[in-house]
Ligand binder design. Structure first.
Ligand code: EPZ
Length: 422
């Protein structure tokens, strides 16, 4: 296995180009199952997770072809209507094929994703929602067995929690349901807006984009898509925090600052200069001046994103004073804390609450650490860039799930980072 090695303490400077959003690419790729023909998706990031989704779609019968960042997916002939455990267990977002398969084939058999490092990750809102629009969903031998004789029928779905992939699954399924479907307390993440745009371009009739109530008038058939994946706001936020932690200054380009309202606000509260352009965000840590400790609590969009919680915690270990981080979305998303402590961070946790005692700009020391999940591993990269000395990060396959060309991108900012065999 490979590890990532970082010689820290170097202020980062320059521009870093943001790739397409992993969490938009995955649902949009799944949506190509809704209708036969060749679909075109542009700005698709080349990540472990998008490669996993391609493999799952190919198993289902889709013909996939990548040319640079353009992905051609021909879903004319489907050969299976099931997503096996061996595939789903490596990426829980595989559950996103459930809605499209059910809508097109009137049945689907998708393995329960199982839990992951950050939590149990149930899909009960997905199955309860599908049952509201005419599906029968049974759990048998660890699989969701879904059927809709005669096709799905519109209905009203209320999500107890604004689930992102639950909203996406129901959106896709409802496009071909007979009649009207209303999704209430729906998630409002920008990735869902990207999916709404794609489905409407295919002939769907969806209104309420970016709101918590989505209305879908079912149609008889859709046509192939040609759509562009939005920039990855989590990648952009990760690199903004990395530049700030290193004490440097730079810009993330090819991104959408409107998708990061809460992070921009929190970075400014921490004492950083943040400028927002049409397609870039710049950050200046004022030659490494002192950072202010800032409290955050994670919330559904447009609140502070849970996917940027670990990264912000790494930054706060370098601030003056103390602050709290309240993780309200997932029950076990502090796996990075023990590893940050190995680098000298002073963090106490109690359930979903963490108390960080800032050490100041030069408080961290490089050390061997282990990645546990995608965003926790990016938190360790940020800490390593700021720390004095060398950090070796093992199990970096977690990082490769969600960050395209990370070594090249950070090296472009002047970081000393490379891969070695463990
Ligand atoms: C999506 O996961 C993202 N993944 C996650 O990003 C992100 O952290 C999460 O949304 C929250 O923003 C993709 O988009 C592929 P949820 P998702 O359903 O849809 C509970 C990353 O790092 N819940 O919005 O699985 C759930 O346990 C990943 O890129 C149920 O109880 O998250 C959680 O507490 C990690 N039952 C809350 O709702 C359900 O049926 C929000 O989960 C579904 C969810």
């Amino acid at each position: 296995m490979e590890k990532l090695v970082i010689e820290g303490g170097i202020p980062l400077h320059g521009d870093i180009r943001i790739s397409g959003a992993k969490n938009a690419a995955l649902p949009l790729m799944a949506a190509t199952l809704l209708c036969p023909g060749e679909h075109t998706l542009r700005n698709v990031p080349n990540l472990r997770d998008t490669r996993t989704m391609i493999r799952l779609l190919e198993y289902l019968g889709v013909k996939a072809r990548r040319e640079g960042d353009v992905l051609y997916l021909n879903s004319t002939c489907l050969e299976h209507d099931d997503a096996p455990y061996e595939m789903v267990k490596t990426m829980r977002a595989s559950v996103l094929v459930l809605g499209p398969l059910l809508a097109r084939c009137y049945k689907a058999r998708v393995s329960l994703p199982g839990g992951c490092a950050i939590g149990e990750r149930p899909v009960n809102f997905h199955t309860a929602g599908l049952q509201k629009i005419g599906a029968r969903c049974d759990i048998e031998d660890g699989y969701i067995q879904a059927e809709a004789e005669g096709g799905l029928k519109g209905g009203t779905v209320y999500f107890d929690i604004p689930t992102v992939t639950g909203t996406e699954n129901l959106l896709m399924a409802a496009t071909l349901a007979a009649g009207k479907t209303i999704l209430k307390n729906a998630a409002r993440e920008p990735e869902i807006g990207n999916l709404v745009d794609m489905l409407n371009s295919m002939g769907a009739k969806i209104s309420g984009r970016d709101s918590d109530t989505l209305t879908i008038e079912g149609v008889h058939a859709l046509k192939p898509a040609d759509n562009t994946i939005i920039p990855d706001r989590i990648e952009a936020g990760t690199y903004l925090i990395a530049i700030a932690a290193s004490g440097g200054a730079g810009r993330v380009t090819n991104c959408c600052s409107a998708h990061l309202p809460s992070l921009v606000e929190k970075l400014r509260q921490a004492g950083l200069d943040v400028e927002e352009g049409d397609s870039f965000i710049s950050i200046d840590s004022r030659q490494g001046s002192a950072l202010t400790c800032v409290d955050i609590q994670t919330r559904p969009y447009p609140g502070y994103p849970t996917d940027l919680q670990a990264q912000f915690m790494a930054l706060m270990t370098l601030a003056e004073g103390s602050c709290t981080i309240h993780e309200t979305i997932f029950e076990n998303r502090f796996m990075h804390v023990a590893e940050l402590r190995r680098m000298g961070a002073k963090i106490k946790t109690d359930g979903r609450l963490a108390l960080i005692s800032g050490l100041g700009r030069n408080g961290l020391r490089g050390a061997p650490v282990m990645a546990t999940d995608l965003r926790a591993s990016s938190s360790l990269v940020i800490a390593a860039l700021a720390a004095e000395g060398r950090t070796d990060i093992s199990r970096i396959y977690h990082l490769e799930r969600g960050y395209e060309n990370l070594v090249e991108k950070l090296s472009g900012l002047g970081a000393k980072v490379w891969k070695e065999q463990e």
